[in-house]
Design a protein around this ligand. Structure first.
Ligand code: ADP
Length: 319
């Protein structure tokens, strides 16, 4: 292999730039040429491709977002779009591709691999929802952003004796809500993995009030319901007034934490190592501190493991 490509796709996450940098520098270290594909699969179909040199990825390790931009591209879900993409890759002399993104992006990468074009996936998503890897790039940064917000909301909640609902991202995975709720000392954490019981939440809030607790924090993952829906239910069913704070896209931004930068560097480098060995159709992951590669199919056949023991602990500590 003489030349590889790299793109970022789907929802952006902090640390994508550090991963791009690692791919480019590791490739150049091994005398490979690298091309950046801009705007994800859309840019691939359109041939929005430029060679990258060492200096092109300088001064980006600390930046949020993605230098290569991201996009969603419906055409790439169809075979015709994928074949157009392969045509562009061949036209630019690219023989292997690193896709940095979430599980949707992985489906595109798997499609290319199934067409005989070697592709490797690097998990870039704040949701930590990719099966087969303990962590994804961006999760740690988003988590720290949420904790920072919870701490700030706690100040005003305490000053005014208020109960706050904080809605965080996470459509199908409650990792962000769970970790942030535990680290932020939330009284209640609602995750998509566990059916919620409004009476139980009301009981917890009332129990806290009865023993003199005047404020409380409820963290809800968006996949369960919106913060405003929960607010309405608590009012209707238990006559408990709450304030709602929807954190939204601030969770996606910001300078990546040291942990995300290191993870992105390790994973980006691993992806290049795989392509150097002509290995495609694989996702890069981390399990028990080991960076490894596993079949894309494992991502789609499995479900991301939710940490039940941590969830139980969060309940025990918020009595
Ligand atoms: P994420 O990668 O963050 O999960 P999406 O689910 O939006 O984000 O997927 C990103 C892009 O990946 C989509 O816009 C599309 O171009 C591509 N993609 C998603 N699903 C498929 C699929 N089944 N086949 C081919 N490409 C897909």
């Amino acid at each position: 292999m003489k030349k590889i490509g790299v793109l970022t796709s789907g929802g952006d996450s902090p640390g994508m730039n550090a991963a791009i940098r690692a791919v480019v520098r590791k490739a150049i270290y091994h005398d490979l040429q690298v091309a950046g594909i801009y705007h994800g699969y859309q840019g691939l179909i359109e041939g929005n491709i430029q060679d990258l040199a060492i200096g092109d990825v300088g001064d980006i390790i600390q930046r949020g977002g993605t230098k290569l931009y991201s996009a969603r591209c419906l055409d790439f879900k169809e075979e015709a779009g994928q074949l157009k993409g392969i045509e562009q890759l061949k036209k630019h002399g690219i023989e292997g591709l690193v896709v940095i993104g979430g599980d949707g992006s992985y489906r595109g990468a798997l499609a290319l691999s199934n067409h005989g074009f070697p592709c490797v996936g690097v998990p870039g998503t704040i949701d930590n929802d990719i099966s087969g890897t303990d962590y994804t790039i961006g999760f740690d940064t988003a988590l720290n952003t949420v904790i920072d917000s919870i701490d700030k909301i706690r100040d005003t909640a305490t000053s005014h004796d208020r109960s706050f609902i904080i809605e965080v991202m996470g459509r199908d995975a409650g990792d962000l809500a769970l970790w942030a709720g535990l680290a932020g000392g939330a009284e209640t954490i609602l995750v998509p993995e566990d059916p919620f019981d409004i009476d139980d939440i009301a009981m917890r809030l009332k129990r806290g009030r009865d023993r003199g607790k005047k404020h409380s924090i409820i963290v809800v993952a968006e996949g369960v319901m919106t913060g405003h829906e929960l607010q309405q239910k608590l009012m209707e069913k238990a006559d408990i007034p709450t304030h709602v704070s929807v954190l939204g896209h601030i969770q996606r931004g910001g300078s990546p934490t040291a942990r995300d930068r290191v993870l992105a560097s390790q994973m980006g480098a691993k992806a290049v190592e795989l392509l150097l060995q002509d290995i495609g159709g694989k996702a890069v992951g981390i399990r028990n501190r080991e960076i490894l590669a596993y079949d894309f199919n494992e991502v789609f056949d499995g479900t991301h493991e939710f940490d039940e023991s941590m969830y139980k602990l969060s309940k025990e500590l918020s009595i």
